[in-house]
Structures are given as structure tokens and as C-alpha cells.
Design a protein around this ligand. Sequence first.
Ligand code: BGC
Length: 762
Amino acid sequence: MFKRLFGINEWKIIEDDIHIQDMRLSESIMSIGNGYMGMRGNFEEKYSGDMHLGTYIGGVWFPDKTRVGWWKNGYPEYFGKVINSANFTGIDVRINDFEIDLAKNEVLEFYRELDMKSAVLYRCFIVNTPYGRVKVRTERFLSINQPELCAIKYMVCSLDNDAAVTLTPYMNGDVHNEDSNYQEKFWEEVSRSSKPLEASLIMRTKENPFGAPRFTSCTSMRIMPYGAVQACHSRQSHNFVASKIVFEAKKGQWAGIDKFVALTTTRRLKEEELENRAAELAAGAALAGYDRLKQLHCEAWNTRWDKADVEIVGDTEAQQGIRFNIFQLFSTYYGEDCTLNFGPKGFTGEKYGGATYWDTEAFVFPMYLAIAAEEVTRNLLIYRHSQLEGAFENARRIGMRGALYPMVTFTGVECHNEWEITFEEIHRNAAIAFAIFQYVSYTGDKSYIAQYGIDVLLEISRFWASRVHYSQRRKMYMIHGVTGPNEYENNVSNNWYTNRMAAWCLEYTLDCIAYLREINETEKLEEHSLTLSEEENWREIARNMYLPYDDELEVFVQHDTFLDKELRPAVEIPAEERPINQHWSWDRILRSCYIKQADVLQGLYFLGHLYDRETKKKNFMFYEPMTVHESSLSPCVHSIIAAELGIEDKAVEMYRRTARLDLDNYNNDTEDGLHITSMGGSWLAIVQGFAGMRTAGGKLEFNPFLPEGWESYSFKVNYRGRRLKICVGSGKTAITLEQGEPLNITLKGEELLLKEEIKCVI
Ligand code: BGC
């Protein structure tokens, strides 16, 4: 099942027709962001058709009261939501007395383009009006040099007659979230001011009874008109400020404005500084001018691409897919603000919003290890370290010890309330510990363990030790009542993945404790009151964890009763019933054998260095056919394992599905927003999958193959102070040391010293 509305191009996403029926899908795809804020590809001018207005600011959220019919003890009191900020892109347009509204007007031509290389969104359209044809051109970007800044160019031309063109650029704080309880709104006005060509609007989030922070934001705009301006006025009303500019437009001449908006918030500034700072930024932008700001923005994006582009020659669809993924990830998070994180939908939708999930550690972290500066991933780990208090609270609430990291959070405190996830999807805790392991083995920076890592590892281990129970019958430790990564089953017992990762966490923590003793850094162990008997208990649990295995099939068993299900391959599901989560009752899904995303295979992916090829193959061949990949996080893991097993066509099929998941709307849900965190998986599918990069043993290894039909692909990685460029072509691989000291690497099983460039025939 896929739907493709956009043209294939290496650097651009092109829509050359207006898709009224799929406006939400187009808006998601045309999203832009700069880490500080981001927005869906909404039109500036009025659009009265079905659409989803969305502009979001990193880390600005609201604790919406949890409302459920049947309250369960242990539920969080609120659901944290990323909230729509004031709409500051809006520009109403009138031609004489006729209002431009593409949902109602006759649209003669329409073109929208997202240029990923320079991160600018363009639009051009022609509509028919009672006064003849009118052409509009727009551009906008969110600056990465000055992240508080949005710049918009909006130009109108009456093609057939002279006309009065009225542009009303505005900022509107009266916005709502589609997912709020009973349409409640989250902002209230603090103050507003307006002059003919400038205005400010200050909004504050409403009071909440949960002690969660309130945010104040100020949007300030400056308008630079060009063309024959006849009159300018300011307008304001509750929650709303605008300028109204009337142009005497001659037939065939352009009239237009540059709109500069600066948005400041109390996340970074004191409340009393907001207005001046925003006004200053907007005025500075107007002074510098649109073209200069755009040029600086494009140069900064070019520098990003120089470091991280993945080039695929011979397959433009695949090329566009990976660039779209890298582009959207960088638009969400580039590591400048270490109090932020990756929301699964970034700034492109409300569902999952800007909250932090295990997705970060499991799917994005390994990519950023290789393409970002070391501090970026270190900061991502410190982000979790700084939320330990919240993780203690989450464990306490469900009667456990130690730290339970949340499934969904802004502060560390769990803010998701579905019992099967909040209470049961506890495997998330292991991903936090695993990221520490990945960081240390990739960077070699062991100082992190003593400084921060051990605090997190000890408390995660404490959690697992309190959550297991001992089965007298089997004489083994078990974990009952969980949901594994496969959310299409709940309340299962002994989910292999959860048990295995819990045991791994205990083992790794014990290794780190031993290391700290070796280097005589034991203060933290004392601070956490670690006793020898507790350590012994962890060792005992790790050694005797029950890990379900079937001797006949020679596979790990997803959970205790999985093999008693009716096991059928997913290809038997009729196409019109896919995705099953949109066609089947939840009850039917839960009873079926169909797997939403890698579960046992997720474990074999993470712990790939501990399992042999045969084991991986048996499990892959058993589980993949039952997997429906209805989580965006699924195909990438399968692609990587398939590549390792030499099942190249499957690896490529799964790569395509992950890299073009949103562009081709595979899961029929892109209208809700993009699958930002799974985009890390596309990069992993190329680098860990096709190029076979491995680092777990503290050594850099590659084992590349070239997908059929591709002429070559290349990418860059940072590794322990070096920068490497890897280029895989037909029959040969070239690895170049672009920066740093010589390094021993393994290529196709052969140990080599990388000095400048190695070319290897494969
Ligand atoms: C997946 C989870 C994931 C969440 C957010 C769900 O559909 O099953 O593993 O954390 O989406 O991406």
C-alpha cells in the first residue's frame, strides 16, 4: 500500500498539483524546522478546506489532565502534549473584494517545492478571480543561524487587470490542539501591541494543577512591503495582531511583503526580556534583508550536508528518501540545545508530539554517534541522567525500586496513560542503558561511566531486580505482565526481548562496577548504597533469567504462549485489510500472531555481537514473515539483519520502506505527521545494513555490499577523532581518512591500517 503525491528528485520534494483531498499529508511532508521550532507546510493565506494548522516550539508543552473512564492506580495525572504555538505565518490576501482561499478558488496552476539542500519551502500558484487571473509566489524558511527567526516572502501579481491587492500579515494566538480534551485551549493572552508595519503578541500557557512549568512566548513581526503601497494600517483584537497593506497593483506587476517573525520564550529568556529581544531580532532581520538571511541560512545548511550527506548514484528514489530523512532529522534536532530531544513526530504533528520516547536511544542515537560531534550524543545521555528523579518517581508509582524511564515524557516523569504501555512496556528502560554501552564502545570515552553513566545503570538494574520474580517450578527468574516492542500483544509473560535485555542490563552494570573498582573510582557505588549482596543478587538474576527457546524450531520464543497462536504468514492478509491496525478490531489484532515491529529481532539487532549468524538467520526466517511492519521503527531493523545475513533483496525492500515511509505514505498515517525517529533507521539501514558497519567490539568494521541497480553509494562517519568517507561501488570499496590519525579497521574481515585511502576490491 503506498501513495505517492510527490515527484522524484535528488534534492527536492515537488508537488505540482494541489491535493485538496490529501492536504494533511502534503502539509506533513512539506514541514520545515530548525531544532528550536518547526511547522507543517500550511499555506500562509486562508485555506478553509480540511487541514491541520501546526507550528511547534521545542520543549514547550502542556500537561493536559488525564481523562479516562476507568482510572487505574499508578496512572500519570496528566498527558504531556506538545502544543501549537501562535500562528505567525498567516497572511490574508484580497484582490479588490475577492478573498484568496485555495479550497474555494479555481486553481489554474499549483506548485510547491521543499528544497532540502537549502531548507527553503517554495510555492507558486495561479487562481482565477472575478478580476482575472492572479499569480502568487511564496518562500519561507526557519533560520538555522538565528533559530528564533522565521522569514517569509509573499508576492502577488494580478495578471489580467489592475487591482487593489490587500495583504494582511498577522499573528494569531487563538489556536487549538486537535488532541486536547474537550477542545480546551492551552494559551492565554498576556499583551499585544501593533503599529502599521510591526506588531507583538505575548501569550502564556494556562495555569495547571500539576506544578508543571508554564511558558510565555512572544512573537514579534516586522513587515517590509514592496510595490506601490497605497495604505498601511494596524489591526488588533483579543489574541490577534495584524498589519493591513493595500497596494495599487498594475496589471502584470508584483506587489508583496517580506515578513520577519522572531519568537522568544521563557525556556531561554526571562519573561521581562521576551518582548525586547523578539522585537530586536525581527528588526535586525528586516535590516539585513530577506536575501542576505536566506543566503546565510543556505550556507549553514550546506555545511551540514557536507558533513553528513549520503550519496546514492543510480537510484533517485532511494537518494531522495535518505536525504528527506536526514533533512527532517536535522530540522528536528542538531544538538545545539541539550535540554531538548527528538519527538517521534518532531515539529510535524501532535500525535507523540515533541515528547521523548525510547526511540531516541534505540533508533537515532547510533546515527548521531557517527555524524555529530561527540558532545551531542554525550548530551543526549546526560538528558536522561538529569531526569533520574522522574524515573525514580515512575518506579515508585508502580511499587518498584530504582529507576523506570518513561515511555513518553518531557521532564522524566511518565506522561502516558494506557496501562499496557505505562505499566507494561518496561523494555524501554533497557534502551537507555544500551545507549550508554553504545556511546562508550563507539567513542572509547569511558569517563562517562564514572561521571554519569553508573548512576543510571545502577538504578535501572535496581528496577529490574525488583521487577523480576523467582519461579519455584522452573528455578529461574521471570518477568510477567509486560508488553514487548510488539505492541500488538499485551500482558504477556516472559517476553524474550524484555527478559534478555533486562539480563543484559544487569550484566553490563556489573561490568561497569568492576571497571570502576579497577580504576579506584568507587564513590558513586557508595553514594548509591550498593551492597555486595545486591550485586550478588543481580549476578544471580542475570545468570538465571528465563529466556524462552524452542528446541524444535531452534528460535527464541517471543513470549510464553506465542507458539500456541495460529501462526500464519502476513502475506495471507488481504491487501485491502492492511494496515491491520486500521481495519481489524483491537481484539483480533491481539489474538493474532502478527507482529507490529521487531521484537525478538530487536534483541538480536542490539546484541548482534553476542549471537552467531545461524541463530540470527533462524529467528529472522521465523519472525519476519509474521511481521506487518506497522510501526515505522520496524523495517530498518529488518533491513540491517537481512543485510548481515546476505538476504540482499529483503534488505533493500526494507530500506525502501523505511526511507520512503512518509514520502510514499506506506503506513497510511503520514497525515498525522512524519515519523521522525524512524528516519534514523534509514541511515542505519545504509550504514549498518548495506555497508555493514559494526563498532560494538571497540573496533571499526565494514562489510559492504552494493544493492542491485545502484551504481554506488557513499557516506561519512566520525570515529574517535577521525572523519572517514566510505564509498561503495560496483566491485570495489574505497575508504578515505579525511581527518585524524591513522586507524586500524576491518574491511570484509581483513585487518587494514587506514592512513589515507584504502581501495578494496570486493
Ligand atoms: C511504537 C513504539 C514507539 C512509538 C513512538 C509506536 O507505534 O510501537 O515502539 O516508541 O510508536 O514512535
